[in-house]
Design a protein around this ligand. Sequence first.
Ligand code: HEM
Length: 514
Amino acid sequence: MAANETDQTLTNRQGQPILDNQNIKTVTNRGPSTLENYDFLEKISHFDRERVPERVVHGRGAGAHGFFQSYGKVGDDPISNYTRAKVFTNTEVQTPVFVRFSTVTHGTHSPETLRDPRGFAVKFYTEDGNWDLVGNNLKIFFIRDAMKFPDLIHAFKPDPVTNLQDPGRIFDFISQSPEATHMITFLFSPWGIPANYRQMQGSGVNTYKWVNAEGKAVLVKYHWEPLQGIKNLTQEVAEKIQAENFNHATEDLYNAIEEGNFPEWELYVQIIEDHEHPNLDFDPLDDTKLWYKDQFPWHKVGKMTLNKNPQNYFAEVEQAAFGTGVLVDGLEFSDDKMLQGRTFSYSDTQRHRVGANYLQLPINAPKKRVATNQRDGQMAYHVDTPPSHNPHINFEPSVEGLKEADRNGKPHEPEVSGKVVQAPIDRPNNFGQAGETYKRLSDWEKDELIKNLVSGIFEADQRVQKQMVDNLTQANEEYGRRVKEGLEKAAKGDPYKSSAVKEAQELSEPSSPY
Ligand code: HEM
């Protein structure tokens, strides 16, 4: 061990020993202070810069390290029939991963008991470079077009005047966005408050492609199933937890890993042919829709284990940067319009939030060699080329420069033709699956859903209330009627109370509406 590794002496960032860390430098011990207080000024000005902008969404999160191992099969077929991605074809390798779970709407220190989708973002440090699967716990989303994302988020974030989150604003947007009816059916049921991060599912939500060595593509959806089981909370139980502990999910994850009780998820994929599927009553690229299990089977393709807590929250969890554009050979985008819009947003915000060189930070850098001609910028930490590379050559082509890689297989070259338009998709079918999901919920979940929706919608304008009842009725007659009756009772000062919602139901088995 080098001598300075055991030395406990406090230094400044220039490596100079600190002689007094209690008193600023002053003229006499009563002041005034002097400007050449180098150590004090360095300490306080670094402190002044300790926070970076929080994520514009998904501000509150918890993370952990682990690994993923592929089973190498899709049913009885070798997985290489569908994808050439080595993270799936190489069953010998344990691919390191970093996962960040999150809530969406509120800031970095908001309670973890709130009704909100939960983020489930996984960074795979594969032998071909990084792959990020940036998903949520729920399998669908509110909207299907990236153009609407900033409006959706504004409606859910606090009012710009009062700084209060307001169900009136949320339901104003939802009532005018009928495609969100399906998502709110999940969100206002107990599925909208997972009990913790370990006992929740994950999903890629958007549709991706797998490409095999022949360049042939299929459409895929990804799903994570927790081996710890699934547990959701009623509003009442969530409020009780929140009164005592607003960090319960972070604490649960951290303690489980510290105790060696490592959480695990199995990864499933649904695979369909890469075309428009005109026989379906919805567009398979529409992320407000489920691909039902009975029609599109789930194939178990691998397992992820989380076995190490971060050593430093800020360096690893806060500075982690995931993005839907971060794909490896054999994994591609589909034409899903949300996915394409999302993909610009992530690295754009990360250059602002973390900085131009965010990919040089250890949590974001791949675990394999990096060799680019990108140079400089704020906080450039090193040159990303191997030592064997001529350091003068930061361009390509060059007789001495870095060379383009060989292809691993035939490229996937989809053919696209048509007019450039701004237009909604055909087959929106905004209410069909929302009604079906309502039917598939168990009785206690339906009761919770109605109670939670009534208390939220009641805060909204009369026009919004009417439109919401209309939308829910189109989804399912009973669903709309029950919310309408609840609103009428609430208007008479008799808040809708569900007799069926009991505390013990926190422990009830969730339904499986998928
Ligand atoms: C985070 C944009 C849709 C899941 C973010 C961030 C942005 C963003 C700007 C902050 C990233 C950062 O600061 O590092 C968008 C846009 C969307 C969209 C523009 C639609 C057009 C979705 C959907 C999902 C999702 C559909 C679920 C599949 C996440 C997750 C995070 C995130 C999990 C947190 C990642 C982390 O833990 O660092 N999104 N998003 N987003 N988004 Fe999206």
